[in-house]
Design a protein around this ligand. Sequence first.
Ligand code: ATP
Length: 367
Amino acid sequence: MSDPLAREDPPELRLDALSKVYPGQREAAVSEVSLTLPGGRMLALLGPSGCGKTTTLRMIAGLVKPTGGRVLLAGDDLTRTPVHRRGMGMVFQSYALFPHLDVARNVAFGLEMRNVGKAERRKRVAEALDLVRLGHLASRRVGQLSGGQQQRVALARAMVVRPALLLLDEPLSNLDAKLREAMRDEIRELQRAARVTTVFVTHDQDEALSMADTVAVMSEGEVAQVGAPEEIYERPATRFVADFIGRANLLTGTVVAQRDGVAEVAVEGCGTLRARADGPVSGEVTVLLRPHRLSLLPAGTAASADADRLSGTVESASYTGGLISYRVRLGDRRVSVEQLTGSGPAWAPGSEIDVTWPVADARVLAA
Ligand code: ATP
């Protein structure tokens, strides 16, 4: 590996039933979180406000003391190791930089704390600034930098200590939408090049799906699902995960038949529809139909054998540039349908249509 900050053998992170009950609270902020992140990979802790993401990250960092469970890095139990001995680099939401010091001094801070000699310090600061492409601004005061540049200084400061583990707490939340997207790619590239095991916290599902190798979706202190981004999106384990990740039509109904991995589900006031079911399902279930996997056809068009359909009426259409979003009434229910602009006819409100989907693209979620 040519990158001087790259690790040959990045350590695996394991959380083992990690829990936190804050003093005076009855409910656990984090409840028995267990997961394994292979070395050099990036994990996103994703979930709505208050689900326990930051508490989990701070327990990994050593800033919050767990009330149960363990944090293991390369198999070593760090649960009782103080923060400064954990070899972690951290980027906070606020960046926590010194605005009156120049970029190089800000980046050198962690090395000074570790008593690294001057020559070595200079070399490593230059490497870290190269990594985030800020070498030309080394002597600029941090208070005179843009938000994106400050973000990069914070990253360089975390990376300069050659951390065993990089922790990022909502690292992009202070940036505007466009810069946020550019920084997503930059952080991702830097993390891959440095092969540093990384955990980041976000409530933004696009950010989690686009950046992470593994996503842990959290809800009320627990991990609802851990998996690769595609897995979480395509095979959500629960209704909560389906709803939180991306846009979702969720129809509740009763299983009336199942064969060859396909279930027939009767949805009251709507009709019977077919959807994929990985295991045996019965009783009340939720069917997930992603809006962009649905298409609109003129009412009564013949459907192919591997597709299903329901008849409905277009209620509204909204144009958002690349997409047209339709609200469609199916009996007593409503679904959203998204079509790429120009991929089919534009339907006016009131049009009688069929909503159709490949059966393999609809999913039965356990109740
Ligand atoms: P956000 O996205 O809003 O930052 P989060 O998912 O990071 O939320 P946490 O900050 O980990 O969630 O909080 C989890 C729960 O623990 C919340 O109910 C919160 O109110 C509670 N909590 C957090 N810090 C403390 C504390 N110091 N004392 C008591 N309760 C706390």
